[in-house]
Design a protein around this ligand. Sequence first.
Ligand code: GDP
Length: 444
Amino acid sequence: MFDTLSSRLETVFKSLRGRGRLSEADIDATAREIRVALLEADVALPVVRAFVAAIKERARGVEVSQALNPAQQVIKIVNEELIGILGGQTANIRLAKTPPTVILLAGLQGTGKTTLAGKLGMWLKKQGHTPMLVAADLQRPNAVNQLQVVGARAGVEVFAPEPGNGIGDPVAVARDAIAHARRNVFDVVVVDTAGRLGVDQELMEQAADIRDAVKPDEILFVVDAMVGQDAVSTAMAFLDGVGFSGVVLTKLDGDARGGAALSVAHVTGRPIMFASTGEALGDFDVFHPERMASRILGMGDVLTLIEQAEQAFDQSEAEEMARKMAASEFTLEDFLNQMLQVQKLGPIGNLLGMLPGMGQMKEQLAQVDDRDVNRVVAIIRSMTPGERRDPGILQKTRKERVARGSGVTVTEVNQLLDRFAEARKMMRQMAGGAGFPGLGRGKG
Ligand code: GDP
């Protein structure tokens, strides 16, 4: 799921790489490509429109940032908008003040409601609850039996009408179930209702009657992510007919384009609370909008990196640094500060591992360890302020003192001084230009 969308977006971002700043034309072209990518992925048109408009507006308003290049800025905006469309924050089940908490499941037949009841039951149990499942789907001949099988597998109690009583009354069953749960201290009740093949008025009314009888704390609309555009109209029909407080996406393991799933939360204004990713009871989890967004963007942890770079990067410090470089005033003291700023981003190995395409290099990266950086920091810290400003005064005895103080050899001190001299020479050459390598762009 989302594979095409991911690769499309990646192409969009790639074309932005290396741009100094975003022109109006860049923004338009990018917005157009994002629009095509979303439509191709089956995202509903109103959602696409809102999304693209937001991206355009925000991309135009971005400040020239020294921490992020234009491609990173666009990725950041797209990511934030995606998270918004997916419902913003991770939503939690609202528990009733007086148990039992009642969760009603609604949705079309075959979407995975019964399976979901089992998954939810098992998940609730893991959270320390004592859940009970209720078979209020008396329409489909085998539904009660299926829920009993699922419940047994999940190790969760199932409340079902006595067999052989004809087609019972699902509303009465649901009401009895709540009374039973109260008496037997089950604290969460999950009610499985009859599905329907299409939107069907009679069954919709039945679900509404069950709703009125059990007064659910949450009504979860279950939607099969494979169904495409229909998901949106079905969701609207259920919102109208029964109402719901949250969405569960099922069959996210399928290879559908996924856009419909992206649209439901935005169109209905209800958060996606859970996601199902397979037939087994364990293939289920709380839905995290941020995780899903970064999965769609396919950027590994590059987003985390962007965030950290922003946090660690101090704009005024950077400007001062650029000025010093231009004036050849860059000292070992400044070098030390740069090192410490890079270090704020986290272990160097991790940092490189977050870059796209570097994921497989984890092993080699583990060897680029922070000891190198730490050693440099230690050496500079063993120098006096005067020595940091003017390394030229570091003669033999001073070097020996620094080496002793930082636990390295004199050779290592010399190596650092050589590296610094070289860096300084380089900086003088690009004075006022590109800025300090490795941390965004300098002034200019
Ligand atoms: P209900 O009619 O809504 O109760 O749907 P069921 O729970 O009977 O599920 C219909 C079919 O979808 C069953 O074969 C399930 O095993 C399957 N199913 C349910 N959830 C998932 C899922 O997340 N992924 C996949 N691949 N299959 C699922």
